[in-house]
Design a protein around this ligand. Structure first.
Ligand code: DX5
Ligand code: ZN
Length: 216
């Protein structure tokens, strides 16, 4: 199973100082930065785009874990590859040929991820599990940080983790939304190994200690 890790979400940082948010992640000794890209259509919010990613790219060595919450993610893969994404995750519910989009991400040389909203039947991910490097089970309905964790997603995690083990897949199993020490522990027990956390991380008095406790 993949080594557990915490990926703070830039969505929860000060949008007037993205670089400051990056430095918080670095100073906490973490390696991944989760970048939530929102189009105001697939989700009821607009966050930031490829230019922000491109401008941050030369200023940090963090691994850019780009999460496309876009209705047409296939239209933006190239832009985020060029901007400096290190991996790209797209939603199974978006309006695209999922297999083709995953292939395009991998053809660009990047690991590809598939995201499921909390109400999505995990069976919808099964046809793609041999193609992905990461499965993201959203633990809130996407759009905003600071929402309450949805416990029913734990069952989806268990189902996907069981299939991962049965088939011998090596993809990461990521959760995103309402993740703190307690909910992170529940997700870890259900099979998650990659923890996106925004609000709880940036509001933690000791961010390094918080991140360590999420994966303890
Ligand atoms: C979708 C976003 C959020 C964010 C983390 O809304 O993907 O889940 O990353 O949000 P919190 O603040 O809940 O950790
Ligand atoms: Zn996300």
């Amino acid at each position: 199973m993949p080594e557990p890790l915490v990926a703070p979400s830039l969505l929860a940082a000060d949008h007037g100082d993205f670089l400051g948010g990056v430095r918080c992640v670095e100073q906490a000794g973490l390696g991944w930065l989760h970048l939530d890209i929102m189009d105001g259509h697939f989700v009821p919010n607009i966050s930031f785009g490829p230019q922000v990613v491109a401008d941050l790219r030369p200023r940090t060595r963090l691994h850019f874990d780009v999460h496309l919450m876009l209705t047409h993610p296939q239209r933006y893969v190239e832009a985020f590859v060029k901007a400096g994404a290190d991996r790209i995750t797209v939603h199974v519910e978006a309006e695209h040929d999922v297999a083709a989009t995953l292939r395009a991400i991998k053809a660009a040389g990047l690991p590809a991820g598939l995201a499921l909203n909390p109400d999505c039947d995990p069976a919808r991910a099964l046809p793609f599990l041999s193609e992905v490097d990461l499965v993201l089970c959203m633990t809130v309905f996407p759009g905003f940080g600071g929402q309450a964790f949805i416990p029913s997603v734990l069952d989806s995690l268990r189902q996907i983790d069981a299939e991962r083990r049965r088939a011998g897949h090596a993809f990461r199993l990521e959760v995103d939304g309402g993740i703190n020490v307690e909910t992170g522990r529940q997700c870890r027990r259900a099979g998650a190994d990659t923890f996106v956390t925004g609000t709880a991380f940036f509001q933690a008095p000791d961010r390094r200690a918080f991140a360590e406790s999420v994966i303890a």
